[in-house]
Design a protein around this ligand. Structure first.
Ligand SMILES: NC(=O)c1ccc[n+]([C@@H]2O[C@H](COP(=O)([O-])OP(=O)(O)OC[C@H]3O[C@@H](n4cnc5c(N)ncnc54)[C@H](O)[C@@H]3O)[C@@H](O)[C@H]2O)c1
Length: 258
């Protein structure tokens, strides 16, 4: 018999799981037995994701709310009766989008807010809203998807780096508070992925832009949503009960030695 990650009986909220990394994680967590709460801003994407999970034999419900609005997050969590697992995945590339990234010296304060609102405040809202139920239950798993841009630094992405580094810091602070309640809090730090968010960079995967991007990666391809999914499922499981406050790079070897 093989070793299996068992999430039977657990309810797992994956924010922004209508597509991309979140969908990859939602599918894997569901395959491990959890009931997945598919969240997204887009009802169409969330419903399609939940249908795909059900078609594969998993359990999924849809809860569409905007992670940047604390009142909406808290209302959704009250309706769900809390969750056992939270994967903070919803993120954005800010108002500028990937191709519009620019040097920090050329940004306006108004450019920063969209990055911070989703990638930092969105995470804070969700963590705050799930904790009371987890504390009462004496069990909880929180996994936050951050970025090597915030962990190591990336040019033309200052506000995004700040937001992701802030979310990673929240993990470490909260992990210290809630370990005694059986709750673990960890980060997965991603390298460059191929998802709808970053598709513009991969329109020509064999072109010079894609090749230059992949040069520092030991594994010369962008990450696929399935790449971090197994680690997310493991961190969400009872097996990972002595792992908390950590950041795990999933990045094709990009940052080895950094
Ligand atoms: N794509 C990359 O190269 C890359 C690299 C490092 C880290 N990440 C991180 O991985 C995570 C997922 O990225 P992705 O590439 O799959 O993105 P994506 O844009 O393809 O998908 C993100 C999903 O989140 C949803 N979403 C956005 N804002 C939301 C909000 N306020 N409330 C609820 N849902 C919201 C979107 O509707 C979308 O369906 C993000 O946190 C991102 O910062 C991505």
């Amino acid at each position: 018999m093989g070793l299996a990650i068992e999430l039977d009986g657990l309810k797992a909220l994956v924010t922004g799981s209508g597509q991309g990394v979140g969908l990859g994680i939602a599918k894997t967590i569901s395959a491990a037995g959890a009931e997945v709460v598919v969240n997204d801003l887009s009802e169409e994407r969330a419903n399609a994701a939940a249908d795909a999970i059900r078609t594969a034999g998993g359990k999924a419900v849809v809860s569409c709310f905007d992670v940047t609005r604390y009142d909406a997050v808290a209302a959704a969590l009250a309706q769900l009766g809390g969750v056992d697992v939270l994967v903070n995945n919803a993120g954005n590339a800010g108002g500028l989008g990937w191709p519009g990234m620019k040097p920090f010296a050329e940004t306006d304060p108004a450019d920063w807010e969209p990055f911070l609102r989703v990638n930092l405040y969105g995470v804070m809202n969700c963590v705050r809203a799930v904790l009371p139920h987890m504390i009462a239950k004496g069990y909880g798993r929180i996994v936050t998807i951050v970025s090597d841009a915030g962990r190591i630094g990336e040019s033309h992405m200052g506000a995004y780096c700040a937001a992701k580094a802030g979310a990673a810091g929240l993990t470490r602070g909260v992990a210290r508070e809630v370990g005694r309640h059986g709750i673990t809090v960890n980060n997965i730090s991603l390298g460059t992925m191929r998802t709808p968010m970053s598709e513009a960079m991969w329109s020509n995967p064999d072109g010079p832009q894609a090749k230059a991007l992949m040069k520092p990666y030991m594994i010369r391809r962008p990450g696929d949503p399935s790449d971090p999914a197994g680690l997310a499922a493991y961190l969400a499981s009872p097996m990972a009960s002595w792992i908390t406050g950590q950041t795990f790079p999933v990045n094709g070897g990009y940052s080895v030695g950094q």
